[in-house]
Ligand binder design. Sequence first.
Ligand code: GCU
Length: 674
Amino acid sequence: HDLWLRYHALTTAPAGIDTRQAVQLVAGPGSPTAKAASGELIRGLGGLLGKAPELSGAVSRDGALIVGTPASSPVVAGLHLDTRELGREGYLIKSVVVNGHTATAIVGNDDIGVLYGSFRFLRLLQTGHPATGLDLRDRPQVKLRVLDHWDNLDGSVERGYAGASIWDWWKLPDYLDPRYTDYARANASIGINGTVLNNVNADPLVLTPAYLKKVAALAGVFRPWGIRVYLSARFSAPIEIGGLKTADPLDPAVRKWWRDKADEIYRVIPDFGGFLVKANSEGQPGPQDYHRTHADGANMLADALAPHGGIVMWRAFVYSEHDLDDRTKQAYNEFKPLDGQFRDNVLLQVKNGPLDFQPREPFSPLFGAMPKTPLMMEFQITKEYLGFATHLVYLGPMWEEVLRADTYAKGKGSTVAKVVDGQLDGHALTGIAGVANIGTDRDWSGSVFDQANWYAFGRLAWDPTQSARAIADDWARMTFAPDDAVAKPIVGMMMASREAAVDYMTPLGLAHLMGAGHHYGPAPWDDSLPRADWNPVYYHRADKNGIGFDRTRKGSDAVDQYAPPVAAEFNNLKSTPDAYLLWFHHLPWDYRMRSGHTLWDALVMHYTHGVDEVKQMRATWATLDGRVDAQRYAQTAAFLAIQQHEAQWWRDASIAYWQSLNHLPLPAGYAPPA
Ligand code: GCU
């Protein structure tokens, strides 16, 4: 349950550190954040080196650590390091010589930068780097790096597969579970600086005074770790807890209610982050209930928060059963015309794809389409559509794929990452959110490998250009062991895992074929839900002749929501990558793929490949028996067995269903469904 902050003793001492004596830690007293930084170094080095560092006022032997800001530490100031480019949250780590002794300086302009730098230094040691010749600088590329908890006030977690909510509302504010600090430490270690405590399907009660006290208590725990709290606000709260007759965003009484509410919140939480809002989506109330626009709604809340420096994260996840247009087009239809109408302290929070956190989707066409509005990325860390907590699916490659996708909004190289980090359109207010996979399970995330998704999210939010593989490598070394014999096979499994899941669940651009409601397991035949756009059959459109959703100009024309070069690529069957084939095209079963196989044969091969990949993952894991502690070995082995069984289930059920429509035989050498 220490996550990636295990700090188990290193078997070989890092170069530059003499493990026969305690490391000198030159750090002044100071703010709670400064104390958190030295506390973490004491804990981390104590574990890694077997000897806790000794606090010291000056460097008097080799291998010392000098930690602090130029303003708070004369020793740091004496190093005359250039910290101008570091901003508030950045840091530098540099090997220096002081009083004739070697030392490592961990320096920021603010204590929070020093804390991030301290975690980075520990990471270097955890992953087997030497403590010599260091000269690195880093700062976050994205301003708001936020976890969204879909936690309900009754302790349940929507789409949570790791136990109950870790917020013990019942005992708050008087009892502060030590877990809250562990949570904050883990987040700070990967640079997460915000947390939305409650579900987007929000209970207005969280905005009442009794709950605000509890929220304030949590904010107090998180503050030293650089983490601000945010709340999901229910748009109709003025009616439900305010006694008003309306929640119309242009009604003066409603506006005043929200202003007063914001004032009240900031009285108890002076650094409150702001609101996250799901409005007019899946039955939630919103401004359209009063014939107002999403901009009217967002701006009203933004105006209430602005005097306090708060922000609004307004979600773009909207679609309606009354709208007959392709569901994947609806968010763009709704929001694109509103570009330029939002206040400066509003971010539009957009899911990575236009549908809903599928194993694979093309990037949302909103990225690049709203240059006047900061678009905040919303990823889902919890694996709602990816096998919950048992399937080993490392999401790094999926997020990397989206972030590196080219929107062509301002010509070639206009990647989604550049939209999100503000570079493309010059936004200073930027953000990335991830729907958390955290709960009361002892391992926090429902499985050891799901911890990697939390970890990777934080690392990519800090710097969206990082490589998923490098992040997996760090995580594997920190979580298991810093040696290649353990880390390499684990990274190999992780890197193959996402494509495996795509293959055994929804290959070649298929999507949303999971069991209705719970979204676990195959149900491509399902058309039982009351809304057409919730049913798998809406998405695959298969019959005896063919399969796929025609989103070209001959079909729903979703392609034209992308910039012209991207639209042209996806509109044309010949240039559409196989990965998105059936997302954009409806094709006959005997369509000839680039590989020369028919579409049907290729589909069967992909399903089978997915299953084979899981078998391979199991075999790889088996080679680690004895190299990984017994408990984590056994859990992963058992989960991989479940995954293999269920990958087979996905394959067999899907193939059997398609065969019930197309009556085609399996390609030679491919076994029939068991
Ligand atoms: C998905 C998910 C819901 C969630 C919704 C959202 O549809 O199944 O549980 O509320 O996304 O993101 O708002």
